[in-house]
Design a protein around this ligand. Structure first.
Ligand SMILES: *[C@@H]1O[C@H](CO)[C@@H](O)[C@H](O)[C@H]1NC(C)=O
Ligand SMILES: *[C@@H]1O[C@H](CO)[C@@H](O)[C@H](O)[C@H]1NC(C)=O
Length: 377
């Protein structure tokens, strides 16, 4: 054997280890070897008017859903999370919609008092929170992926993303703008959790950089993402850095946060500290790629999971008319006998579909009072 053969053997050994250590777990969670096992998908209805709504938020008392919607084609060219940065064909006319399951009524909410309207709305994550002082008033927190002022520079510099805060009332057909928050910590924002004061929020950055080659290493578990905290009067700061593939974020009443590690398929549990920073207290593994998360009124966590992320990425995200399988998993506190042995959480797959009913779902919201599960993406 010559030196070349030795070198080849060495290379195969390294890449073999690399495959076992890094690639195989990702490909497994991404669903390469998974058979879709439909569950919970037989008594469903489809709302045709709504498309490309990345995030659903349930207003529990009324049962009304708020959705952050776009047009499917726009998502294929302008999605900073995926490095799609062609603003020339993007929709900056995205909108918040409401859907009332009791009447099947869909409404596209009008925007008022928005001084940034010339730069438009290109929506992604969202939160809708009743005001602390008046529960009939709601604050709507929106991730807005604005194009940079010099639009042509977008592929080079990325999006100029902001967080927009609007207010509305239940049943109103208008959202009224109150604040635009822009800050260097808002790098590549994905999802947002707002407070009932209408002034403060946490958000995830799904990448550590807006553009560039380093982003490509995130798939190998590079811990480059973060959660930021902003208050409109006191500014923004990082609440935690060095997280992996942060995507959805949601908060329980007691200020326990759940942030999905999308590519690793883990749910990070974090506690809010006195200085508004977050500390990880637990990391819960699942078997799939994860997107947005939401807590229901009984305290269970619902997460949209991509059972076949490879089809989602390679086909559906390029042409949304090609279906991609969807699922919803539920995380709850384990009260069964094995909780004694340390199994603190229970994970159940409540919904899975091959994409004919629910395609490419990025958000799952559960109405525990009315026993309804909603998915969209
Ligand atoms: C309109 O927006 C401005 C900020 O652009 C805000 O200060 C003001 O409170 C808003 N007006 C209403 C009626 O909410
Ligand atoms: C906060 O609430 C969540 C969900 O309801 C629960 O799982 C968690 O244990 C609580 N955390 C603390 C510190 O009480």
């Amino acid at each position: 054997m010559g030196r070349l053969a030795n070198l080849l053997v060495l290379l195969v050994a390294i890449s073999g280890g690399f495959y076992q250590l890094y690639l195989k777990p990702i490909l497994t969670k991404a669903g390469l070897w998974r058979t879709i096992q439909p569950i919970g998908n037989t008594q469903c209805a489809t709302v045709l008017e709504l498309q490309a709504c990345e995030k659903i938020v349930l207003h529990q008392p009324s049962g009304i859903l708020y959705l952050a919607c776009s047009v499917p084609f726009s998502r294929t060219v302008w999605t900073p999370a995926l490095g799609r940065l062609d603003p020339t064909h993007a929709s900056f006319d995205d909108f918040v919609a409401t859907y009332d399951p009791a009447t099947s009524r869909v409404r596209r909410l009008k925007v008022s008092n928005f001084s940034g309207s010339d730069r438009g709305l290109s929506l992604h994550g969202m939160d809708v929170v009743p005001s602390a002082s008046n529960p009939a008033e709601l604050f709507v927190y929106l991730i807005n992926h604005r194009a940079p002022i010099d639009v042509q520079s977008a592929p080079r510099v990325g999006a100029d993303s902001s967080v927009e805060i609007f207010k509305t009332t239940i049943g109103s057909d208008t959202i009224t703008h109150v604040h635009t928050v822009e800050d260097p910590t808002i790098i590549c924002p994905n999802d947002v959790v707002g407070y009932p004061d209408g002034q403060s929020f946490y958000f995830t950055n799904d990448h550590g950089e807006k553009v560039g080659l380093m982003r490509e290493f995130d798939i190998l578990g590079r811990a480059s993402t973060s959660v930021g905290y902003c208050h409109v009067e006191h500014g923004c700061k990082f609440a935690i850095t060095h997280l992996k593939a942060s995507n959805g974020i949601t908060r329980a009443q007691n200020d326990t946060f759940y942030v999905t590690d999308s590519l690793g398929g883990n749910i990070n549990v974090l506690e809010r500290q006195a200085d508004n920073r977050l500390a990880v207290t637990d990391e819960i593994p699942t078997d799939r790629i994860l997107d947005n998360a939401a807590i229901d009124s009984e305290g269970a966590l619902w997460v949209a999971g991509l059972p076949d992320a490879l089809t989602w990425m390679r086909k559906h995200s390029v042409d949304p008319s090609i279906p991609a399988p969807s699922s919803a998993i539920r995380l709850s506190i384990n009260t069964g006998p094995d909780s004694f042995y340390g199994a603190k959480y229970k994970i159940d797959k409540i919904f899975e579909d091959d994409g004919k009913i629910a395609s490419g779902s990025t958000s799952a919201a559960h109405d525990a009072e009315r026993k309804l599960l909603f998915l969209h993406g």
